[in-house]
Design a protein around this ligand. Structure first.
Ligand code: SAH
Length: 368
């Protein structure tokens, strides 16, 4: 029996074709000019994409009928196709697995709360940071996402919310870069995407920068660079432990930028932007949940950031095959109490999506 190549007609892994969402204002004007269209069409297309949330030229009925197909082909190639939607928490959480043009998989998760609707998006397919408790980290990096692929996750979710596909019709209010990937390792595209998420229509979706959170393992130079961009996004730093010895294994990039270097960069971010920095801390039973670590965390954060810091404790969402587990509730409560004793604000994150494998990268890992 002859065997077929495994990936018979799968396209080559790589960046998608150029998309409207990759372009800046001048790029959009140039692109329509190339198609022989007048300048005002650029603005019209931006309204369709960013305000009406459509990337389907058949819905753009004010475009000349004879040009629609060409515009679709050249400017709105399909970036992602849904593979599956999975809902839980009484349908207030919906996770979507997307397939990209080259077969790469990525995830985004929409979470509805009484006073906000938050989308958790991916910045890379896979991740190269290799944190041992994270499902995405186990699979390695497939590739960076393009600006368009980041932005289109937002458009798709905003549209689904608006159209009542995820409960009552609503508006997308918050974005967290806490899906797959290390956003600051795909720096330029992430910053470009942030600008498109926060710019008012028709240049962007008009989501408040304060409601956008960029979460990082702590690439110190990139944190400083982000501080100088003039964006007021919330910075979240995945610290997970206050000491270098353990952090070298939990967040391997700590071998390059230590806890103190990361906290200094976070301080710079807070000073430049006036924004309080979030510290992410996944509580792992008997690994990083000891009372002395809570004290050390409180002390270091107070010294480095004063009151410009908030600790988010995340009960570990165990990945399949891992021996690690979340901390018992009394241990967690004691941890919170001790951190607060140092004058550092600290809360436990409401965990969503436990039963839909919503911890970073789990759905894509299952599909593979
Ligand atoms: N690479 C970025 C953003 C993606 S992960 C970062 O590390 O910050 C978003 C958050 O989820 C990070 O704080 C990450 O450490 C955490 N996380 C990953 N896997 C987890 C798990 N199994 N349980 C709890 N938190 C997890």
């Amino acid at each position: 029996m002859t065997s077929l190549p495994l990936v018979f007609d799968a396209p080559k892994r790589g960046m998608p074709p150029k998309h409207f969402a990759d372009l800046d204002a001048q790029g959009r004007i140039d692109a329509v000019a190339e198609l022989g269209l007048p300048k005002f069409r650029a603005n019209q297309l931006a309204k369709h994409y960013f305000a009406r949330l459509t990337a389907d030229v058949d819905e753009m009925t004010d475009l000349p009928a004879g040009k629609r197909d060409e515009v679709g082909e050249k400017l709105f190639p399909t970036l992602m196709t849904p593979v599956r939607h999975i809902s839980c928490d009484d349908d207030s959480t919906r996770k979507t697995l997307w397939r990209l043009h080259d077969g790469t998989l990525l995830e985004s998760v929409l979470m509805r709360y009484p006073e906000r609707n938050t989308l958790c998006i991916s910045s890379q397919a896979g991740c190269g940071m290799a944190c041992p408790f994270c499902a995405t980290g186990q699979g390695g990096l497939d590739r960076n996402l393009s600006t368009g692929e980041i932005v289109d996750q937002v458009r798709a979710a905003a549209r689904a919310l608006r159209d009542g596909e995820v409960g009552e019709p609503g508006r997308l209010s918050n974005i967290v870069f806490m899906g797959m990937g290390e956003p600051l390792a795909n720096y330029k595209r992430v910053v470009d995407a942030v600008r498109k998420i926060t710019s008012p229509a028709p240049d962007g979706f008009g989501i408040s920068a304060r409601s956008v959170t960029v979460s990082t393992v702590g690439l110190a130079p990139a944190i400083r660079r982000l501080a100088d961009e003039g964006l007021s996004v919330t910075l979240a730093v995945s610290l997970h432990t206050p000491d270098d010895e353990l952090r070298d294994t939990l967040v391997p990039v700590n071998n390059r930028w230590s806890v103190s270097e990361v906290l200094e960069a976070a301080r710079y971010y807070a000073d430049q932007t006036g924004r309080r920095v979030s510290i992410e801390y996944a509580l792992i039973r008997d690994v990083n949940d000891q009372p002395w670590r809570a004290d050390l965390l409180g002390r270091k954060l107070r010294a480095a950031l004063g009151s410009l810091v908030h600790v988010n404790l995340i009960p570990l969402n165990p990945t399949p095959g891992s021996e690690w587990d979340a901390s018992p509730k009394p241990v967690e409560a004691e941890f919170v109490r001790r951190v607060r004793e140092h004058g550092v604000s600290c809360t436990v994150r409401d965990t969503r999506g436990q039963e839909i494998a919503a911890a970073c990268g789990q759905l894509a890992a299952e599909e593979k």
